[in-house]
Design a protein around this ligand. Structure first.
Ligand code: TRP
Length: 329
């Protein structure tokens, strides 16, 4: 079975955009590949988060991914900082990473521009840490968003370079597996193109029926169709995209007909949509509440994930040490 690795930025609660993007792909991949999904808490240190936030957001991510259906008996789900072998590989990769190429990375340049008073070496070497995350399990496939393409190219370059420097054929070159290509794009309900944290328009999996209703009722609409069978403007299409995802076909067709004969009432559509989103969320939300109350179980899952990841990582590091010339006793 081919090995897949993907890192999750610990940025708080999951929203519907995350669910229909990364999470759904992960759910499918865990049945088809040997998957390692990890919470990238070391990466998050480039921006100096508070200690209590690090622990809490790693826990939130673990809980919510499990509630979505990531199965710890199929996939290995772990926290990056539980697997110190990653850091050792990070050091080795850094020894063959050149200042010039690191400085030229657009992600580095962007981050340096965003935090000019904290352009730290961790920011510069973000791509080698990411390469270490992937290569530590000798992964061949990495599900990532489009914004990670350059980091993936660096990972391939570091894998090739390691092999060339030591004259071995050890690390496979990991290929990107585009999440965007497979995912249903979830729009924002505020008229902006997509649902996202930075857009501030998210419906979270944790949201209850009342919260969802409030958010959906505020969705941007227009003055209504002026001619039968007219094309839907973007804000209206967005509502229909949602119906398509969470509602029954009957519901979708009902409102589509109303649109086509110009008798649509957006208030009714929104009420129905809110009910259907809440129904979609309900079982996930219940599991999130149940799991987060069961800290002993979460600890066990975290430990089990760390052990499985450690086992794979230790095997790679042992071989890497031998290749580099360190003796193992
Ligand atoms: N850089 C990725 C992001 O910002 C997160 C990440 C870290 C990652 N290490 C990884 C993704 C390894 C895939 C593989 O989303």
């Amino acid at each position: 079975m081919e090995t897949v690795v993907s890192g999750i930025r610990p940025t708080g609660n999951l929203h519907l955009g995350n669910y229909f993007g990364a999470v759904k792909s992960f759910l499918q991949m865990q049945n088809e590949y040997n998957c390692y999904f990890f919470i990238a808490d070391w990466h998050s240190l480039t921006t100096r988060p508070k200690p209590e936030n690090i622990v809490n957001s790693a826990r939130t991510i673990l809980t919510e991914y499990l509630a979505c259906g990531i199965d710890p008996d199929k996939a290995t789900i772990y926290t990056q900082s539980d697997v110190p072998e990653v850091l050792e590989l990070y050091l080795y990769l850094n020894m063959n990473a050149y200042l010039g190429e690191m400085e030229r990375c657009t992600t580095f340049k962007e981050k340096a521009r965003k935090q000019p008073d904290n352009v730290n070496a961790g920011l510069l070497t973000y791509p080698t840490l990411m390469a270490a995350d992937i290569l530590i399990h000798k992964a061949v496939k990495v599900p990532v968003g489009k914004d990670q393409e350059q980091n993936m190219e660096m990972a391939r370059k570091f894998a090739r370079r390691f092999n060339a420097v030591y004259g071995v054929d050890f690390f496979p070159e990991p290929s990107s597996f585009s999440l965007a290509a497979k995912a249903v794009k979830i729009p924002g309900l505020d008229g902006s193109g997509k649902m996202g944290k930075s857009e501030g328009n998210c419906i979270y999996l944790m949201d209850d029926a009342v919260t969802i209703r409030k958010k959906v009722m505020k969705a941007v609409t227009d003055a209504g169709p002026t001619a039968p069978y007219s094309e839907k403007p973007e804000v209206i299409q967005n509502l229909f995209t949602f119906l398509d995802i969470v509602s029954s076909k009957e519901t979708y067709d009902f409102f589509d007909e109303k649109w086509n004969d110009c008798s649509i009432r957006y208030g009714d559509l929104k009420k129905q949509l809110a009910v259907d989103i809440a129904a979609f969320n309900a079982p996930i939300r219940e599991r999130i509440l149940e799991y987060s109350a069961n800290t002993a179980w979460l600890d066990k899952i975290a430990r089990q994930g760390a052990e499985k990841a450690h086992e794979s990582a230790a095997k790679t590091i042992k071989e890497v040490r031998e290749i580099i010339g360190f003796r193992t006793y």
